[in-house]
Each structure stands twice: as C-alpha cells, then as structure tokens.
Design a protein around this ligand. Sequence first.
Ligand SMILES: NC(=O)c1ccc[n+]([C@@H]2O[C@H](COP(=O)([O-])OP(=O)(O)OC[C@H]3O[C@@H](n4cnc5c(N)ncnc54)[C@H](OP(=O)(O)O)[C@@H]3O)[C@@H](O)[C@H]2O)c1
Length: 281
Amino acid sequence: MSPSPPARLQPRVTFPAARMLHARAAPAGATRASPPHHRLEAVSRDHETIPERLAVVTGGNRGIGLEVNNAGVGGVVVDQDALRALNIDPDMWLSGKATHLLERVVVQTYDEAVKCLKTNYYGIKWVIEGLLPLLKRSTSGARIVNTTSLRSELKRMPNEKLREELRDADAWDEKRIEAMLEEFLEALKHGRVEEEGWPTMLPAYSMSKMVVNLYTRILARRHPEMRVNCVHPGFVKTEINWNTGVIPPEEGARGAVKLALLPHDGPTGCYFDQTELGVAW
Ligand SMILES: NC(=O)c1ccc[n+]([C@@H]2O[C@H](COP(=O)([O-])OP(=O)(O)OC[C@H]3O[C@@H](n4cnc5c(N)ncnc54)[C@H](OP(=O)(O)O)[C@@H]3O)[C@@H](O)[C@H]2O)c1
C-alpha cells in the first residue's frame, strides 16, 4: 500500500462552497463536487448575511439527498432488464439472500469499485476536511451526518478477524482505513474477494459504507464538541437501487434530518437505522 491514495483516488473537491455553485460540469474522470443546488444558491447570493444555521448537502439533486445528505453510488455494472426479470423481493435484497441470484446481472468491476470508494468514502472525507475549519467555528457545535447503509453492518463482513478489528474504532485512522481499501482493491483485481473474506454482496459498496461508519466514529472521538453520526436511510426507492426500494425519499430523509438537528447533548459516534439507534458494529 502506498502512503497516499493512488492518483485515481486523489481529491479534486474544491472549496469554498460558493465556488461549487459554478462547478456543475467536472472534467472527465474527476470526482464531482456534488452539484450545489438551490438551497446553497440562496445562501451564496446573500453571503454577506451569515445565516444562523447553514446546512451543506452533498448528492442533493435527487433521491434522498433531495431532502438532505450524502452523495453515493452503488459501484456496480447492472443489466437492468435482467434484474427486473429476476423480480427480487425486498426481503431477498436486504437479507443478502439474493447474492448468488444477482451474480450475473450485478457485476462488480474494478473501475466501478474505485469510483464507489472514491465517492462514498473519500468524497465524504474530502468534503468534511474542507468544511472542518468552518464547522469548528460553530458556537453551537456542528452536526455531521454521513449516509451509510445496512450493507455497513459488520455482521455482513465474512472475514472474522477483520470484523473484530473493525469493531474497535480506537485502533483505526484514515491511513489504516485507506490501506485496507487498497488491500480490498487488490483482492478484487485478482479475483480473491470471496477467498479473502471480503463482502460478496455489492463488495465495494459494502466496504465503502463500513469505512464510512468507522470514519464517523473516528471523527466523533476527535471532535467531542460536535455531534457526528451515520444513518441508514431505509430501503428507499431511488436510482441507486434501480428503484427497487420500498419507501419514498421524503421518508428516507427523516433520520438524516433528525441527526442534523440533534441537541448539543445528543448522541455522537452512533449508527442510526432510519430514526432509531441501530447496531452496526
Ligand atoms: N436508496 C436506498 O435504499 C439507500 C439505502 C442505503 C443507503 N443509501 C445511501 O443514501 C445516499 C443517497 O442515495 P440515494 O438513494 O438518494 O441515491 P440516488 O438517487 O442515486 O442519489 C445519489 C446522489 O449522489 C450524487 N452523486 C453520485 N456520485 C457523486 C459524485 N461523485 N460527486 C457528487 N455527487 C455524486 C448524485 O448526483 P448526480 O445526479 O449528479 O449523479 C445523486 O444526487 C447514498 O449515500 C446511498 O448510498 C441509499
């Protein structure tokens, strides 16, 4: 593992947020800063007036993010007609029982895996790092809400040793997380995902969300004055799951809104399954 992320994983997100307003079209291959839509626009036009509260939303142009929250991709190549023909019910999806059925229609390629890790984990990290100076100045203690997924739950990590290691957030930092992601990509490149005990259902997506949880806990430890949590929005009908979800985006956004508005003595470093505390590690 190289000490810094390989070129494909280098940050390209630029700040301040006001500049993002004009960054709709990113150069080919670049990580896009999430298209900053109307709510940010209102703030930037009137940037002389500092609002009491400012919410930055990534992945805000459709799906759950239309209400609030983080950019994300599934990181797989999908034959949508074949997927529809399989008619997989929500229980099969959520339990992971569909893994083998999906093998031929949902394909984990190396390139999609890189894109997925870059968007779902590095994207969150770069945005947070960019905003931290501002967040630290908040007199009421900032709130950070990272969107995660059921796929992040450690019971879904086949590798027992790694599963136990991932439970102990104190033993991790970004460098160790990124070294693990590189090991995962190597395993994927050489067809050793199952053999080495990495998740086999949506491998890159699952890894990306497991490390989103870990990173959330690391941030919560480092910034006790803030409330930093992650939330699984539920099985929401959006493009990321080819509209196989069962609840509308408005409902999926509830947990994130609740966490964004937590009181200053509210929970931090926690995983929420929609609006309730859940168990992911
Ligand atoms: N839907 C579910 O059932 C479900 C379940 C668990 C977790 N989640 C999580 O919920 C979050 C929102 O997903 P969703 O369901 O609302 O899916 P969605 O409708 O596909 O929306 C994804 C959003 O992410 C943005 N995005 C993707 N790649 C980006 C990049 N590189 N830079 C900036 N923005 C990017 C998209 O913007 P563009 O339109 O510009 O691509 C879009 O706004 C994701 O983190 C997802 O993993 C969803």
